[in-house]
Unconditional design. Structure first.
Length: 658
C-alpha cells in the first residue's frame, strides 16, 4: 500500500473550514470502519477527499480502509462507478494506482479535472517519480488530457493554475518520455495554451507535426501560434492546411476570426462565405459572418441580424458567444455607459483619493455652475447622504421640463433647482432583489433583457421607486462594496435593470397600447436625467428581441436624441453622447438620422479629446472643496467649489452664449 502514500511529503492540507470539515469526515470514517461498516466509512472518506484531497490523514485513512477490505483491489468495490460522486472517484484513482493500474487511474483523473478543476487532485510526487511516469502510456495520457482540457477555460485563471500544476507537470513528464507520439504532443499543446505557456504549446505542437503530420496537428499548431501572438504564422499554417484539406469548415471560422483579431476583418469574410456556400446553416460560420461584418465596419445592423439569426436558430449557441465578443467594451451593449457629469468626476476623484475619512456623515457642499441630472446627485448621496449641491443655473431649454407634455409618470420634481423624488421609495423586497440581481455589466444586450425577467414581477411602483431611490451599494464579504468608488455605475445599473424589467411589465399586452410602452416613453421623455438613457436602453433591447416594435422604438429614440441635440446648441446636455450611441443601435432608422447621430458623437468625442482639462479642472475644484468641507466638519463649516460658466466647447454643436 505504499503507493497510496506516494507524495504525502508533498501534500499540503487545506486550511480553514475545508480542512476542519475534511478532518471531521476522516475521523468519522475511521470510527465507522472500526465498527465494521466499510461501505458507510467509504462514503465519509469520499466526502473528506472531495473537501481536501491533499490532507495527509485522508490518504492514511484510505490506506487503512484498503487494508481492512483485504487490499486495494478489493477496496475498489467500496467506491463503485454506477453512481459516482467526485470524492469517491478520486479515492478510486488512488486505489487503482495502488493496484498498479496507472493508465486507468490517469484516465479517471482527467475525468475528475473535467468535472471540477479547482482542486489539486493530482499528487505532486507522481510527475517526479520516473517509475510512475514510465508506467503511463502516451495514449492513456493523451485521453486523460483530452478529457481535462475539454472543460478548461483558455486561459485558465491564475487562481486555478496551482491546483492544475501537478497534472500539467505529469503531462510534461509523459511527453518527455514519449516525444515521438504526435497525438500526445498535440493534446499536451492544448493544455499548455490553457496554462498560459504559449511557447511550450508551440514547441509541443511543432513536435507533433514532426512526429506525425496531420490535419489535427496543423490545427493545434495554429492555435498555439495564435496564443503566442504569432498571428501571421498561424494564418499561414491554417491556410496551407485548408488548401490541402478544405473539408474542415470550422477551421474556416478560425481563420476568419484571426484576421479580425489582426484588425483585418474584411480579409476574413471570404473564408466565412466559402464555408456557408458549402453548408448554409453551419452552426459556427453563420453566426460568425455577422460578427465578422460588424468587426469590419462597426454597423450595428450586423448585430441585429445576428440576434435575428439566433432567434431563428436557437440551437446555434455560438451566436451568443459571437454577440458577447462583439459587445465587449461597448457602452450599453455589455455595460452601462460612463457618466460624464462634473459632479460625478469630482466625487470619483474624492473617493479614489482615499482622503474621505469621516466625510460620509458631514454636510459637504458642492457648487456646480450648470444643472446636472438628478441621478448624479443620488449617486453621490449613496456615499455622502448629507451632501448638498448648489446648482447655479438651469439653462435653456429648461432641463427640468419634460420634452413631451403628455408625460404622466415623473421620477423627479423640482423645487427651484433642487430635484426631489416624485415617486415613493421601493419596498424592502424590491431593494433586496435589486441588490442580489443587478450589476453594471452583462454578456450582451439580449442577455440583460432576459435577466431582467427576474425583476419583472415587482409592482410598477417598486420599479419606478428604485429609479429615484437607488438601493445601497451591494457589499462583499469585507462589508465594503466593490463599487464604493464608482457609485454612479451602480445607480445606472439599477436604473437600467428597472427599465428592462418595465419592458417585461404586462408582457401579454400588445405593444402599441401597452402599459410598458407608455411608461418607458414617459421615462424617455421626462426631465433630463440618466433615466432617459436607461429607458432608451430598454426600448432598444425590446426592439432587438421583438422585431415588430423596431419602427416605433427607432422613431421614439431618434426623436429624443433630436430633442437633446437641439438643446445642446445652447447648453450642456450631458446625456447627449449616450443618446447618440443608442440611436445608432437602431440601424433600421433612416440614414440621415444615423448620419446625424454619428456626426454629433464625433463632435463630442473631438471636444473631449481637445479639451480634456475642462472636466478634470471642474472635478478637481470640487474635490478640493469637498476635502476642505470634510476638514472643517468639526467647526460646522462647509466649502464650495468655484462656479462660473463652463468653457465653451468647439465643434458642430458648440454651446452658444447669450
Amino acid at each position: 500500500m505504499d503507493e497510496l502514500h506516494a507524495g504525502d511529503a508533498e501534500l499540503c492540507a487545506g486550511d480553514g473550514e475545508e480542512r476542519l470539515e475534511a478532518e471531521g469526515e476522516t475521523a468519522l470514517a475511521r470510527l465507522i470502519a472500526d465498527g465494521g461498516d466499510l461501505t458507510h466509512a467509504a462514503d465519509h472518506l469520499g466526502n473528506a477527499m472531495a473537501t481536501d484531497p491533499q490532507l495527509p490523514e485522508v490518504h492514511e485513512a484510505l490506506a487503512e480502509l484498503a487494508t481492512r477490505a483485504g487490499g486495494a483491489r478489493a477496496a475498489l468495490e467500496l467506491f463503485p462507478m454506477d453512481e459516482p460522486y467526485i470524492g469517491a472517484v478520486v479515492c478510486r484513482v488512488h486505489l487503482l494506482a495502488a493496484c498498479g493500474e496507472w493508465e486507468e487511474a490517469v484516465g479517471l483523473l482527467g475525468a475528475v479535472i473535467k468535472a471540477q478543476c479547482d482542486q489539486p487532485w493530482t499528487p505532486a510526487a507522481w510527475a517526479a517519480d520516473p517509475a510512475i511516469v514510465g508506467r503511463i502510456g502516451p495514449d492513456a495520457m493523451m485521453r486523460s488530457v483530452a478529457a481535462a482540457v475539454s472543460s478548461l477555460p483558455e486561459p485558465v485563471p491564475d487562481e486555478l493554475r496551482p491546483a492544475l500544476r501537478p497534472f500539467y507537470e505529469l503531462t510534461a513528464a509523459v511527453v518527455a518520455r514519449h516525444p515521438g507520439d504526435g497525438d500526445l504532443c498535440a493534446m499536451a499543446s492544448g493544455l499548455a495554451r490553457r496554462m498560459g505557456d504559449p511557447d511550450l504549446a508551440v514547441a509541443w505542437a511543432e513536435q507533433s507535426m514532426r512526429a506525425r503530420p496531420s490535419h489535427w496537428a496543423s490545427v493545434m499548431l495554429g492555435y498555439a501560434l495564435r496564443a503566442a501572438d504569432r498571428h501571421e504564422e498561424a494564418v499561414r499554417v491554417w491556410e496551407e492546411e485548408l488548401r490541402r484539406d478544405p473539408s474542415d469548415l470550422s477551421l474556416y471560422v478560425d481563420v476568419a476570426e484571426l484576421y479580425a483579431r489582426m484588425g483585418r476583418a474584411a480579409e476574413g469574410l471570404p473564408w466565412l462565405e466559402r464555408a456557408l456556400a458549402a453548408e448554409p446553416d453551419h452552426p459556427l460560420a453563420a453566426p460568425a459572418l455577422f460578427g465578422q461584418r460588424y468587426a469590419a465596419d462597426g454597423d450595428a445592423a450586423h448585430l441585429v441580424a445576428l440576434v435575428d439569426h439566433w432567434r431563428e436558430h436557437p440551437e446555434h449557441d455560438y451566436a451568443g458567444k459571437v454577440l458577447a465578443h462583439c459587445s465587449d467594451g461597448q457602452p450599453w451593449l455589455d455595460r452601462v455607459d460612463s457618466a460624464t457629469e462634473a459632479l460625478v468626476n469630482g466625487m470619483r476623484q474624492f473617493l479614489a483619493s482615499g482622503d474621505y475619512e469621516g466625510a460620509s456623515d458631514h454636510e459637504i457642499q458642492f457648487t456646480v455652475s450648470a444643472l446636472e441630472p438628478p441621478s448624479a446627485v443620488a449617486a453621490m448621496r449613496l456615499n455622502f447622504p448629507r451632501a448638498a449641491v448648489d446648482f447655479q443655473t438651469a439653462g435653456e431649454p429648461d432641463p427640468r421640463v419634460a420634452t413631451d407634455p403628455r408625460v404622466r409618470h415623473h421620477v423627479w420634481r423640482y423645487e427651484g433647482l433642487t430635484a426631489v423624488p416624485a415617486v415613493a421609495p421601493p419596498s424592502a423586497q424590491a431593494v433586496e432583489l435589486f441588490r442580489s440581481e443587478v450589476w453594471p455589466r452583462w454578456p450582451h444586450l439580449p442577455a440583460a433583457y432576459d435577466h431582467a425577467v427576474r425583476l419583472s414581477g415587482l409592482p410598477l411602483a417598486d420599479l419606478l421607486g428604485v429609479l429615484a431611490h437607488p438601493p445601497a451599494l451591494p457589499a462583499d464579504e469585507s462589508g465594503r462594496s466593490p463599487l464604493f468608488e464608482v457609485p454612479d455605475l451602480w445607480v445606472r445599473a439599477v436604473q437600467t435593470y428597472a427599465c428592462l424589467a418595465l419592458a417585461h411589465h404586462r408582457a401579454d399586452e400588445p405593444w402599441p397600447g401597452s402599459v410598458r410602452r407608455a411608461v418607458l416613453l414617459d421615462l424617455l421623455n421626462g426631465a433630463e436625467d440618466w433615466v432617459n438613457e436607461t429607458a432608451a436602453v430598454a426600448l432598444v433591447a425590446t426592439a432587438w428581441t421583438h422585431p415588430e416594435t423596431r419602427e416605433d422604438v427607432g422613431h421614439q429614440v431618434a426623436r429624443r436624441m433630436l430633442d437633446a441635440a437641439k438643446a445642446h446648441q445652447t447648453r450642456p446636455v450631458l446625456i447627449m453622447g449616450s443618446l447618440c450611441r443608442l440611436t445608432l443601435l437602431c440601424p433600421w432608422l433612416d440614414d440621415s438620422v444615423l448620419s446625424l447621430a454619428r456626426t454629433i458623437l464625433t463632435s463630442l468625442e473631438e471636444d473631449d479629446e481637445s479639451e480634456p482639462e475642462d472636466a478634470e479642472e471642474r472635478a478637481g475644484e470640487m474635490l478640493a472643496a469637498a476635502k476642505a468641507s470634510a476638514a472643517a466638519r468639526t467647526a460646522g463649516a462647509s466649502a464650495s467649489a468655484p462656479g462660473g460658466e463652463p468653457k465653451a466647447r468647439r465643434g458642430l454643436f458648440r454651446r452658444r452664449r447669450g
